[in-house]
Design a binder for this molecule. Structure first.
Ligand code: HEC
Ligand code: HEC
Length: 354
């Protein structure tokens, strides 16, 4: 889902105008009276201009993925044989039992090497319009091949190398045949990426926010609806919008102030400029999705900020030129907590049956 910047900007005054007088002021847990149910419905309508409930699965443009493809992708995701020295799997940096992250500022790849960026969660990532902090991959299938070949991450020397290796590993030749029945030579690099992508398309984390968006206006407490209202009113939705509450666009980090003053980030990571070479792309980063953000510390592209409170305050100052009051900060945190969903069924430790 794509919400162009100008569209959300235009909507903002409208949102502010109609949400402020109606803000629920009941304490958390207070029973909802008729008036606040009406208010919650009005707020739900405003929210639907920016967000959508999670689907069951993010469908592949070419058609639905089969359970066999998803199960193969799950096995590959957990398999350290996808790294040169057999020590690192996708799960090393995107731990399925830790909301798809490693909770480190930057991750450790083969031979103890550190990359320069924080590992974003793989949960709900298939919904994003682009992958990576600088958007350099289009979808989860294209993205999946990149860490395998990255010398700091999994350091596989070539596509042919990993294909040759997996052909000698028991089960894989059969599993690829079952997952890609139409292919003559199904165990190839593109299909490794396709299977991993198919698995990632199932990693969705529905929460009470989805119940609310679908029409159950009592799914959120009054404190949580107040949080959502503040998120809309302050203008976080200028950028964090769409089904994943982000992941739809690149934006400059540091609209009103130099973010490095606040985060202590190195000047060397210039975001999108490193991909395009264009000066206009300096410090453009993908607006990250905020689903499960309470579980995915530390924050920002280089993991320099450990506390969510600080990340929220930095956002308001640096991106919106606003100083948050303490109640506003609390509201925003309360809303972000609602975005913590149930871990996906397909990521259970036992995994889908093969
Ligand atoms: C050594 C740690 C490491 C390993 C191993 C690793 N990743 Fe990542 N992953 C990262 C980091 C760091 C980033 C962000 C890099 C960037 O934006 O430049 C990332 C980005 C991603 C993203 C983009 C998410 C987003 O919100 O943009 C996806 C999806 C992903 N990885 C999936 C995988 C898969 C699938 C594998 C296995 C084939 C894998 N990763 C292996 C660390 C790792
Ligand atoms: C002008 C666009 C813009 C606005 C407005 C904005 N953000 Fe962000 N947000 C971003 C970008 C871009 C990043 C990624 C910065 C980076 O690390 O490079 C980000 C990162 C974040 C992060 C860190 C997430 C993570 O996984 O590391 C949080 C939390 C966050 N924003 C919350 C908010 C809140 C709350 C508001 C409203 C007060 C807000 N943002 C307003 C663009 C914006």
């Amino acid at each position: 889902m794509r919400f162009p910047f100008h569209y959300s900007t235009l909507l903002l005054p409208l949102v502010m105008a109609c949400s402020t007088p109606d803000q629920p002021s009941l304490p958390p847990g207070a029973s909802a009276d008729a008036a606040s149910i009406v208010d919650a419905e009005a707020l739900r309508q405003q929210a639907l201009a920016f967000f959508h409930p999670l689907p069951e699965v993010v469908e592949h443009p070419a058609g639905p993925d089969t359970p066999e493809k998803v199960a193969l992708g799950y096995k590959l995701f957990l398999d350290p044989q996808l790294s040169e020295d057999g020590t690192i799997s996708c799960n090393s940096c995107h731990k399925l039992d830790h909301y798809g992250v490693d909770n480190s500022p930057t991750s450790i790849g083969v031979r103890g090497q550190h990359g320069g960026r924080n590992s974003p969660t793989v949960f709900n990532a298939a919904l994003h319009n682009m992958q990576f902090w600088d958007g350099r991959a289009t979808d989860v299938e294209q993205q999946a091949g990149m860490p395998m070949l990255n010398p700091v991450e999994m350091a596989i020397p070539s596509e042919a190398f990993i294909v040759k290796r997996l052909k000698t590993v028991p089960d894989y030749p059969t599993l690829f045949k079952v997952a890609f029945p139409a292919d003559k030579d199904p165990l190839n690099f593109a299909n490794i990426c396709e299977a991993i992508g198919a698995f990632e398309r199932t990693l969705l984390t529905p929460s009470r926010f989805d119940d609310f968006l679908k029409g159950n206006t009592t799914a959120l407490t009054p404190a949580e609806t107040a949080g959502l209202s503040t998120f809309l009113e302050v203008g976080c939705t200028n950028c964090h919008t769409g089904t994943a509450v982000g992941g739809t666009m690149l934006q400059k980090f540091g609209v009103h102030q130099d973010f490095r003053q606040w985060t202590g980030s190195a000047a060397s990571d210039e975001g999108r400029k490193q991909v395009s070479g264009a000066e206009a792309d300096r410090d453009l980063f993908k607006v990250p999705a905020l689903r499960n953000v309470t579980k995915t510390a530390p924050y920002f592209h280089d993991g320099r900020v450990a506390q969510l409170d600080s990340a929220i305050r930095i956002m308001a100052t640096v991106q919106l030129g606003k100083e948050l009051t303490d109640p506003q900060l609390n509201d925003l945190k309360t809303f972000l907590e609602v975005l913590t969903g149930a871990p996906p069924k397909t990521a259970a430790t036992s995994g889908p049956s093969l």
